[in-house]
Design a protein around this ligand. Sequence first.
Ligand SMILES: Nc1nc2c(ncn2[C@@H]2O[C@H](COP(=O)(O)OP(=O)(O)O)[C@@H](O)[C@H]2O)c(=O)[nH]1
Ligand SMILES: [Mg+2]
Length: 463
Amino acid sequence: MYQYQSSVDTIAAIATATGPGGVAIVRLSGARSIDVAGKIFFARSAGVPGSWKPNVLHYGWVKAASGAVVDEALAVVMRGPHSYTAEDTVEIHTHGGPAAVRATLDLCLANGARLAEPGEFTRRAFINGRLDLAQAEAVLDMVSARTELMLRAANHQLNGDLSRELFSLRDILTTVYAGIEALLNFPEDDTEHGQLARVCRDVASVLTRIETLLSTARGGVILREGVRMVICGKPNVGKSSLLNALLKHERAIVTDVAGTTRDTLEESFNLKGLPVNLVDTAGILTPRDKVEEEAVRRSYGSIASADLVLVVLDRSMPLEEIDRSLLSDSPAGAVIILNKSDLSPAFTPVDIQMSAPGRTVVEVSAFNRDGVSRLESVLLASVLKGGSLDANGVVLTNVRHIEALRQAAAALQSSQQALNAKAPGEIISDGIKTAINRLDAITGRDIDTDALDRIFSAFCIGK
Ligand SMILES: Nc1nc2c(ncn2[C@@H]2O[C@H](COP(=O)(O)OP(=O)(O)O)[C@@H](O)[C@H]2O)c(=O)[nH]1
Ligand SMILES: [Mg+2]
């Protein structure tokens, strides 16, 4: 079996993004990291890294074994446990060119470090007790945050807001568990009645708090993962104009020639804090040639993969058969956009309700940007489905956490039923035990190596 050896290996990786940049950082962590740094980094005046004051940058050179200078650089030593991983750590800040940083990393590897696995620095921070698992996962969210709102949610999780709530729930449940054990051991005790009432009350309050957490899940998950919205409709209804209006710049080519957009086009934008990938498709039409045939096929492919479908109609022209079939084929949650509201209308929103009952209908003019801000609110509400996008408190953004909390809630509900049915104590305590175990899986207090492997493999190397 794979044995995790955080105390044995010293690891190294490039911590910054690849490609040219001002500065790049090679990071070393582990018992031998200062020793490895001493073999490749030569300070101008401060002696060897082993003698440095921690957390102070030193100027010097990275040199190969031959003594040849690889790069002019800065280096800093952070001594465990006062470092990210809680181990001895060295960072070498080289010039940002890919060759300089790569050569520095190679020197680390040639002098006793091994290449870090994805997420291994953060995994060590977790193994060494610097972060719990939910906090470690928040680091991944921080690194990949695309909007300020998501950054805020990740920050709450990283500073332990979620973990504190979970630990507090765990405390109550362990007390409940002990209470039930006492009831089992001394069933004829006078205090039984009071005990039982207390158990019921505590289980109910934990359930309520878990449900409060779960109510943030819908908004949290789409905040973390973003959503994909696909614009579809006949040629010339204004799909590309609408994409430009939402992106707030002229990304797609707009002309009055039907079939201008020949391929699907995808761009990301920030919808009131929510990261959205917006897809413009070629029009849905009866294809005249092979290119159009493929374009239509791709359009349908995009529609199938969408989290939200935006059906665009030209309100100034009478509805055609192809509009009606797009409407009736659109998913129940689709948003129907009546574009060209600046021109005189050929039909009304009520006509739409006939072909596609229950859909949300919005009138806009992509041309003069009329109604676009209302459309944004409608789009947001449509993906949130009643949830909210609030990052001011604890937000569940991680599917793993949500799943575990759902299981904890289900286990507590079965305990509650057992309590009401005056079932044997073992059945009641079983549910409590499962709930505790599910909470522990989130914070990493009780989790197996396979699950850890899965979680950290989603990280990048160097984080
Ligand atoms: N009057 C008016 N014209 C529009 C509006 N939106 C788009 N158009 C025009 O409709 C034509 C087709 O627009 P385009 O965005 O290329 O449509 P697509 O084929 O669906 O992508 C262009 O001439 C646009 O200028 C609008 O809101 N009002
Ligand atoms: Mg177009």
